[in-house]
Design a binder for this molecule. Structure first.
Ligand code: ATP
Ligand code: MG
Length: 147
């Protein structure tokens, strides 16, 4: 995948591409996507689109304060994943803090698709095959998304 320059309206198309890549990604454990980008780069906004593509209904709020949100995916859906996990590691100071949130159980389940904002804060927890996605602010309405 090469760099995509996207407005908010195009996010859904890019989210679909990323979900398709995740569906094809073979991993013996969970599929982990690390979202790299500055404050306001669009990590949460993009994750919300991904959740919608996966069939999550209702509000997808930022997990900044709760750190971790787990959404069950519809059984009738086409996805090979049964859960979507959204983690915001902004407030975490190390991998130990993710362990407390049941990280081992979550990362060992191949049916989980995990998106992590501020992944460098918990770098030691990330599997070697983590898929890194970079978001960059171009201007008020445009972002570069790259993986
Ligand atoms: N093309 C775009 N893609 C994503 N967000 C966009 C785009 N254009 C404008 N925005 C706006 O940029 C803001 C991005 O905020 P968001 O909370 O998603 O960023 P974030 O990377 O999660 O920040 P934080 O590091 O604080 O968690 C939103 O207000 C969104 O509406
Ligand atoms: Mg965010």
């Amino acid at each position: 995948m090469t760099k995509q320059r996207v407005t908010q309206k195009d996010l859904k198309t890019v989210a679909k591409k990323l979900v398709a890549d995740c569906e094809r990604y073979h991993s013996d454990w969970a599929t982990v996507v690390a979202l790299q980008g500055d404050l306001g780069a669009g990590k949460t906004t993009f994750t919300r689109e991904v959740a919608h593509v996966l069939g999550v209904k209702g509000a997808i709020t930022s997990p900044t304060f709760v750190i971790e949100k787990i959404y069950g995916l519809p059984k009738k859906g086409k996805s090979r994943f049964s859960r979507f996990v959204h983690i915001d590691a902004y407030r975490l100071e190390g991998s130990d803090e993710l362990d407390v949130l049941g990280w081992h159980r979550i990362v060992n389940d191949p049916q989980n698709l995990i998106f992590i904002e501020w992944p460098k804060n918990v770098r030691q927890c990330l599997p070697d095959n983590t898929l890194w996605v970079t978001l960059k602010h171009v201007d008020e309405t445009v972002r570069d998304i790259d993986w």
